[in-house]
Design a binder for this molecule. Structure first.
Ligand code: SF4
Length: 380
């Protein structure tokens, strides 16, 4: 029997500092807890490997956070070794580790590369000192430069940088300068996200008190348009709303997610989507560790999607990809007529020139790209 592809996400929930805008599942480093956390990850792997190792092949592994580089080399190596031992991992699997400046040096990078991680994603956010300070990041521009340079020296030839725009007071020229500095590092991949204020964060409280003023929507759109123009003229392929890559260097793991195909999430707060069922682990690392010890898993919530819900989510995620959604694949996956089901929506969005249907694919038009959120909502 042919093994089905599966993406594996592993969450490392520790950070050296909580950034003001962060609503990810991140917690302060606790050295006395971290070995127990890895033990729990290994136990969780063992549980799921019993279910999936015979039928599935892992095509991508993504170690995200939090900050995975708060772990030691030994811990990072152990995680990867256990994955390979317990699951069937494809020999050419894309294996990404996220890293943050101020948490790595060249020796650590070299060791990480040697253990088998073949892609690195660095949370740069900005090359500008004032912007980094405003973002409440734990590092300055010097650490950004040294971290990226260390990754190259360590032999990472698949390197992604995360940048953030629409930072309060950020001018178009400051953003252009950030893009240029990123380009000087010759990354294979760039993710550019606009700053959003999430409830419960320190930034949300500052905003409520009038101490944080976000840029106007028009300015945010200008920054986004500039991103596309600058990066595509430099040879990057704009393949997802916020992501750009050299041909063949698109993030395979995230494409699995945007295609709404099977992903298994391990670790505190990690989410999984397998054959129409979504499940999510407990957020708090200590609770996660305890629960896995007792029951081998730490699922807090599980939901099997109704077919219409699963279809809506598949479109919502798939339209983020500039290539769009294959209508044929959609129809064979859900056994429905796409055109019949979405006739009215498609007609109305086509009339407004927000979507295109070409060569069996539904995708956002150039105009629709700038109104992506509202176009996507129509299908849900
Ligand atoms: S480094 Fe990332 S995960 Fe950690 S607090 Fe900052 S934004 Fe959140």
């Amino acid at each position: 029997m042919k093994k089905q592809p599966l993406g594996l996400y592993i969450h490392i929930p520790y950070c050296i500092h909580k950034c003001g805008y962060c609503d990810f599942n991140s917690h302060p480093i606790k050295h006395d807890e971290m070995d127990h956390y890895i033990d729990a990850l290994v136990a969780e792997m063992k549980h799921y490997a019993k279910i999936y190792s015979k039928t599935n092949i892992i095509k991508t592994i993504f170690l995200g956070g939090g900050t995975p580089t708060t772990l030691t080399v030994y811990q990072l190596e152990r995680i990867l070794k256990e994955c390979v031992k317990k699951f069937k991992v494809a020999p050419d699997a894309e294996i990404t580790v996220e890293a943050n400046p101020a948490t790595v040096d060249v020796e650590l990078m070299k060791s990480i590369r040697k253990t088998g991680y073949n892609r690195i994603s660095i949370g740069v956010q900005s090359f500008d000192k004032a912007e980094l300070k405003l973002l409440d990041r734990a590092h300055g521009p010097e650490e950004v430069h040294s971290t990226v340079d260390c990754a190259r020296k360590a032999g990472f030839d698949n390197l992604s940088l995360d940048l953030m725009f629409a930072i309060p007071n950020q001018s178009l020229s400051s953003w252009e300068s950030n893009l240029d500095k990123a380009l000087e590092k010759n990354p294979e991949h760039l993710s550019t996200y606009n700053l959003t204020i999430e409830q419960g964060t320190a930034f949300s409280r500052l905003q409520s008190n009038g101490k944080l003023i976000m840029p106007e929507d028009d300015h945010q759109l200008d920054l986004y348009k500039k991103t596309i123009e600058r990066l595509t003229t430099k040879g990057f392929h704009h393949y997802e709303i916020s992501n750009f890559a050299h041909q063949g260097k698109e993030c395979k793991h995230n494409i699995t997610y945007w295609r709404n195909t099977n992903t298994l999430g391990l670790g505190a707060g990690a989410s999984s989507y397998i054959n129409g069922t979504r499940f999510k682990n407990i957020n708090l690392p200590a609770h996660y560790i305890r629960q896995v010890k007792e029951e081998e898993t730490a699922v807090e919530h599980s939901e099997t999607l109704e077919p219409r819900q699963a279809m809506g989510e598949t479109i919502m995620l798939g339209l983020r990809l500039l290539k769009g959604i294959s209508i044929h694949q959609f129809e064979s996956r859900f056994q429905v007529s796409f055109t019949n089901l979405f006739k009215k929506i498609i007609y109305s969005l086509k009339e407004k020139e927000l979507i295109l249907i070409e060569d069996d694919c539904l995708r956002l038009s150039p105009k629709g790209l700038f109104l992506a959120d509202s176009v996507i909502l129509e299908f849900i």
